[in-house]
Every structure is written in structure tokens, then in C-alpha cells.
Design a protein around this ligand. Structure first.
Ligand code: HEC
Length: 157
């Protein structure tokens, strides 16, 4: 009887631990940003021009999401590869681990709604709800003015 009680106690402790770990994982590790907003960005010429300026010179989406020629000074962008992704951050660039930069051209993002792209830029959550590794500086992008995020979406549209 004593042994039975001991086993029962261990079992209860194990179940409590599993439940606490599961709740902690869900609340602490998975992003909790809610569904994407229902927005539709109209890509006016002015908005696209603003987005082109931001993506190439301020938020630098294009720098990361394009292939570059690192055999040349400052690693200039390769023509015709803008936004296609393909770079890998790994130990060759002193990065612990390995992160692949995805393609974000309109071809690749054709199934994403404007709201899903907005959510990805401002909260770092992909279309499928998985978190984007914060090598992409979305914590900073979350402070952008809404109109500027619309401009980025319009440029990528
Ligand atoms: C410092 C590099 C860097 C910059 C700058 C950057 N990104 Fe990213 N981005 C990444 C990486 C790396 C990933 C993938 C991370 C992962 O696998 O979790 C990513 C993922 C994404 C995704 C998800 C794509 C998919 O198929 O899952 C989108 C959309 C995106 N970025 C858009 C942008 C936009 C728009 C900007 C500019 C406002 C930007 N990124 C700036 C590195 C960057």
C-alpha cells in the first residue's frame, strides 16, 4: 500500500509537470498576436515609390532578402535577384546556427493577404502562425508608422 501511494504521488507530480510545461510552452514560446487584420493596400504610384525608398534604403528588406556578391567590396546586390532570398546566415559569417533567408517576391507571397504581410513585418509571425526568427528586425519594424508598412506592402505587391 505504501509503495502504491508513492507511485501514485510520482504519477501526479509527473502529470502536473507535463501540464505546466505544456501551458508554459503555449503561452511563452508560441506567438500570440491574433489573426491578421482585414486590410487591402491600394498600390498607388506614390505609395510604391515610398515603399521602394524604405525597402532599399531604410528598412533594408532588399539587402537581406536578395543574393549578394561578397567577393566584391561591401557585397553588392546581384542584378535580377532582388527579393528572391537565398542567403544563409551560418557559422561562415560567425552566426551560431543556420538561418535561410526566404524569397519574398510577389511570386512567393502570392497567397499571402495584405494583412498577413502586415502581421509578418510588424509582429514577426508567418502566414502559418509560426514565429520569424528575430534576425529579421521585426521588433524595430513594429515601431514603423502604419502608412510606411502599407508602402512596403505596396512595393512588394
Ligand atoms: C537582417 C535580415 C533581414 C531583414 C533586414 C529583413 N528580413 Fe525578412 N526575413 C529574414 C529571415 C532570416 C527570415 C526567415 C526567418 C526564419 O526562418 O524564421 C525572414 C522572413 C521574412 C518573411 C516570411 C517569409 C516566409 O515565406 O515565411 C517575410 C514576409 C519577410 N521576411 C519580409 C521582410 C520585409 C518586408 C522586410 C523589410 C521591412 C524584411 N523582411 C527585412 C531576414 C531579414
Amino acid at each position: 500500500m505504501k509503495k502504491f501511494k508513492k507511485v501514485l504521488l510520482y504519477l501526479v507530480i509527473a502529470i502536473v509537470l507535463v501540464v505546466v510545461s505544456a501551458i508554459s510552452y503555449i503561452t511563452l514560446c508560441l506567438p500570440n498576436v491574433g489573426p491578421p487584420e482585414d486590410i487591402h493596400v491600394t498600390p498607388t504610384a506614390q505609395l510604391v515609390a515610398r515603399g521602394e525608398y524604405l525597402a532599399n534604403h531604410v528598412t533594408l528588406c532588399v539587402d537581406c532578402h536578395s543574393q549578394r556578391d561578397f567577393s566584391r567590396y561591401a557585397g553588392p546586390l546581384l542584378d535580377g535577384k532582388l527579393g528572391q532570398g537565398g542567403e544563409v546566415f551560418d557559422e561562415k559569417v560567425s552566426f551560431p546556427g543556420s538561418v535561410h533567408v526566404p524569397n519574398i517576391t510577389p511570386y512567393k507571397l502570392k497567397d499571402w493577404t495584405d494583412g498577413e504581410i502586415f502581421r509578418a513585418i510588424t509582429t514577426g509571425v508567418r502566414k502559418d502562425g509560426v514565429a520569424i526568427f528575430p534576425l529579421m528586425p521585426w521588433p524595430s519594424y513594429s515601431k514603423l508608422a502604419r502608412e510606411d508598412v502599407y508602402a512596403l506592402i505596396a512595393y512588394h505587391a
